[in-house]
Design a protein around this ligand. Structure first.
Ligand SMILES: NC(=O)c1ccc[n+]([C@@H]2O[C@H](COP(=O)([O-])OP(=O)(O)OC[C@H]3O[C@@H](n4cnc5c(N)ncnc54)[C@H](OP(=O)(O)O)[C@@H]3O)[C@@H](O)[C@H]2O)c1
Length: 250
C-alpha cells in the first residue's frame, strides 16, 4: 500500500524504515540474514531502488553492533540505502556503530513526559548525529483527549504504560491540566504546545507524532510555526517535573 501511494511522489519524500525484531513476538532480531531479508523485502514492497534512512529498531544483545552496521553498510555501498540510523540503544552502542560507518540519526522516545533520552544528547552532539523524537505526544497523554486505562482496549499498550497506572493518574493529569492552560493562553492546542517544546530543545530534532486523522496531522505540522518564549519553556519544564512513571523501553 505504501509503495503504491509513494510511487508518484517518490522524489518528494524521505523514506525511513527499519529492521530489528521478529514481528510475531516483537523480540529483538538483528541476525545478519534476517537484516538482509528484511531490507530486500522493504525495497521490493516499497517499489523503490533506494531507502533514504535505514534504522536498526532496537539493540539485539546477541549480535555485536559492529556486525549489524557492517551489513547495513553493504546496502549503502550497493546504493540501496543512503543513511543509517539506530533506535532504542545506548551511548556505547552508538559509538561502536559510528566507528564502523557514520550514523546519521538516532530515533528515541522524547517528550515533556519522557526526558530520559537527554542523557544521550552529549554523545549525539559529539558525533554529529540528528535526533528523531518518537511518541512525542507521550502515546496520546499529551493529545488533549487522554482517557483512563479503562477506556482503552485490553490489548492497548496504555494498559501497561506507567503513565496510566492508577497511582500516577492524578499527578499526570494535573501536569496536562497546567500545560493545557498555557496552550489555551497561546491559542494553540496541547499537541502543538508539546511538539513546539520538542522543536525548541534542539536545532536538529524531528518529532514524529502518530495520527490516523488527517486534520490532526495538519494541526501537528502547524506546530512547527509555534514560537515559545524562554518563560513559557521554563513553565513547561517546571510542570514536566510533576510527571510520574517511566517511559516504555521501546
Ligand atoms: N522506535 C520505536 O521504538 C518507536 C516506538 C513507538 C513509536 N514509534 C513511532 O513514533 C511515532 C508516533 O508514536 P505514537 O503513535 O506511539 O505516539 P504519539 O505520537 O506520542 O501519540 C499518538 C496518539 O496521539 C493522538 N494524536 C496525535 N495527534 C493528535 C492531535 N493533534 N490531537 C489529538 N490527538 C492526537 C493519536 O490519536 P489519533 O490516531 O486518533 O489521531 C494517538 O493516539 C510513530 O511513527 C511510531 O512508529 C517508534
Amino acid at each position: 500500500m505504501l509503495g503504491a501511494a509513494l510511487a508518484p511522489i517518490r522524489d518528494e519524500v524521505t523514506i525511513a524504515t527499519k529492521f530489528g525484531f521478529t514481528p510475531d513476538t516483537f523480540a529483538p532480531n538483528s541476525q545478519l540474514d534476517h537484516i538482509r531479508q528484511v531490507v530486500d523485502a522493504s525495497l521490493r514492497n516499497l517499489g523503490t531502488d533506494s531507502i533514504d534512512v535505514l534504522y536498526q529498531h532496537v539493540h539485539d544483545p546477541r549480535v555485536p553492533i559492529e556486525d549489524v552496521v557492517g551489513v547495513m553498510q553493504e546496502f549503502v555501498q550497493a546504493g540501496k540505502v543512503r543513511y543509517l540510523g539506530l533506535s532504542n540503544t545506548d551511548a556505547e552502542n552508538i559509538r561502536r556503530a559510528h566507528s564502523v560507518h557514520p550514523i546519521s540519526v538516532l530515533q528515541t522516545e522524547y517528550s515533556v513526559f519522557a526526558r530520559e533520552s537527554e542523557e544521550l544528547f552529549p554523545v549525539v552532539d559529539e558525533l554529529g548525529i540528528g535526533l528523531v523524537a518518537y511518541s512525542p505526544l507521550a502515546r496520546g497523554f499529551l493529545s488533549g483527549a487522554v482517557q483512563p486505562r479503562s477506556a482503552y482496549a485490553a490489548d492497548d499498550i496504555r494498559q501497561w504504560l506507567e503513565w496510566w497506572a492508577p497511582e500516577h493518574w492524578d499527578a499526570n493529569t494535573a501536569v496536562v491540566g497546567g500545560l493545557t492552560e498555557l496552550a489555551d493562553e497561546k491559542g494553540i492546542s496541547l499537541s502543538q504546545l508539546a511538539l513546539a517544546w520538542i522543536l525548541a530543545q534542539r536545532d536538529d530534532i524531528v518529532p514524529i507524532p502518530g495520527s490516523r486523522n488527517p486534520r490532526r496531522v495538519a494541526e501537528n505540522v502547524a506546530a512547527a510555526e509555534v514560537a515559545l518564549s524562554a518563560d513559557e519553556l521554563a513553565r513547561i519544564d517546571v510542570l514536566g517535573r510533576g510527571v510520574r512513571g517511566a517511559r516504555a523501553t521501546s
